[in-house]
Design a protein around this ligand. Structure first.
Ligand code: SF4
Ligand code: SF4
Length: 160
């Protein structure tokens, strides 16, 4: 996804938002974090990077931006999947109108995203929650186990 963003959207986003410092990305309360996002990020992070995340939670920003946004960008080593996959509608419209290849790649990436977190089949995010729950961990971010909508999908798929 990072390579895709960099290839197809970097220049668009730079011109559309960053030059004028008015990006709609990384806005306050605009983030959905799954429990598995935290686990995956922890696995790939040095302790100092995790300390930086905790420090940012202890010193909330005063502007309308995400608490995890630092001077050098997102403080997560591997962003939450919803953030990683976020591209605004306007940017998609413009970039995909100019490149059918980019549009096809986006469709494939969205499909891959769902294979991690959409429980109409066995998915990694559900498995990670289950294993941590079995070890006695509980979190309100375990949406695969506590979101009525996602539970309904699991039931429909015969996974419950
Ligand atoms: S995705 Fe949209 S809102 Fe975000 S930086 Fe790019 S153009 Fe701006
Ligand atoms: S977690 Fe990172 S990518 Fe997601 S909104 Fe916050 S700063 Fe942006």
């Amino acid at each position: 996804m990072a390579a895709f963003q960099s290839r197809y959207f970097q220049s668009h986003c730079h011109a559309a938002c960053f030059q004028q410092q008015r990006s709609a990305c990384c806005s306050k309360d605009g983030i959905v974090t799954f429990f598995a996002d935290l686990v995956v990020n922890a696995v790939v992070s040095e302790p100092s990077a995790l300390d930086a995340l905790i420090a940012s939670l202890r010193t909330p920003r005063n502007d309308m931006k995400c608490v995890y946004l630092g001077p050098a960008g997102c403080r997560w080593q591997l962003k939450p999947i919803v953030c990683e996959m976020f591209i605004c509608d306007r940017a998609k419209l413009e970039v995909f109108a100019a490149s059918s290849r980019a549009s096809a790649m986006w469709d494939a990436l969205k499909k891959e995203e769902m294979s991690f977190r959409w429980p109409d089949q066995v998915v990694l995010f559900d498995e990670l929650e289950s294993r941590f729950m079995a070890a006695g961990v509980s979190s309100s971010l375990m949406y695969l186990h506590n979101s009525p909508g996602l539970i309904r999908i699991k039931k429909k798929a015969g996974l419950l």
